[in-house]
Write a protein that binds this ligand. Structure first.
Ligand code: SF4
Length: 188
């Protein structure tokens, strides 16, 4: 297990999978490194690759709006990262081999942040972190506790941009998230 500085340095020079060949920037993560809530997406897109920051561009703007509904802010009280830190070409899904090569960095980040809650953003992250058979359309918003961390998944903001019909369900999931945050705060 590495501390933040060493982890970010090693990640920034990583060549463990083929995504290093086409990336512009490694997208390490952003936010409060002692937050109770962590969001995990699948991987960087074009804007993220250019800027080196997760969830920027239209999907990032929508994510920030979603967070503000439940009083979360990436600069203050949550941490955001991805399963893979380099952009898959043409925004394809990251391959299992790429996810497996990269997941150790995320696990190290989780160990350092020590979140009480992890919210997977979309199918890929939910399959990797919650259940390989996860069905986002059926299971989003459901809670499981793994290794002492409460976990759930909501639709990826990009999916919500493509299909606004999914937004009411996601609003309900965000309210459930806020309730879980309050429940865990009350136990402290
Ligand atoms: S995606 Fe992860 S494992 Fe692959 S090169 Fe980038 S940092 Fe390394």
């Amino acid at each position: 297990m590495l501390e933040w500085e060493g982890l970010e340095h090693i990640c920034g020079e990583c060549t463990r999978c083929g995504l290093c060949e086409t990336r512009k920037n490694v997208v390490f993560g952003v936010g409060n490194r002692t937050a109770d809530v962590m969001f995990v997406g699948e991987g960087p897109g074009e804007q993220e690759d250019i800027q080196g920051i997760p969830f920027v561009g239209p999907a990032g703007k929508l994510l920030d709006e979603m967070l503000s509904i439940i009083d979360l802010d990436r600069k203050e009280n949550c941490y955001i990262a991805n399963i893979v830190k380099c952009r898959p070409p043409r925004n394809r899904d990251p391959l299992e081999t790429e996810q497996d090569a990269c997941i150790g960095y995320l696990r190290n980040q989780v160990t350092l942040v020590k979140p009480k809650i992890i919210v997977c953003l979309g199918r890929i992250a939910a399959k990797k972190l919650i259940d390989p058979d996860y069905r986002i359309t059926r299971q989003h918003g459901q809670w499981v506790c793994k290794n002492g961390i409460w976990m759930t998944a909501i639709y990826h903001p990009s999916a919500l941009l493509r299909d606004v019909g999914k937004r009411p369900e996601t609003f309900d999931d965000l309210i459930s998230l806020r309730a879980k945050i309050r429940e865990l705060e009350a136990k402290v």
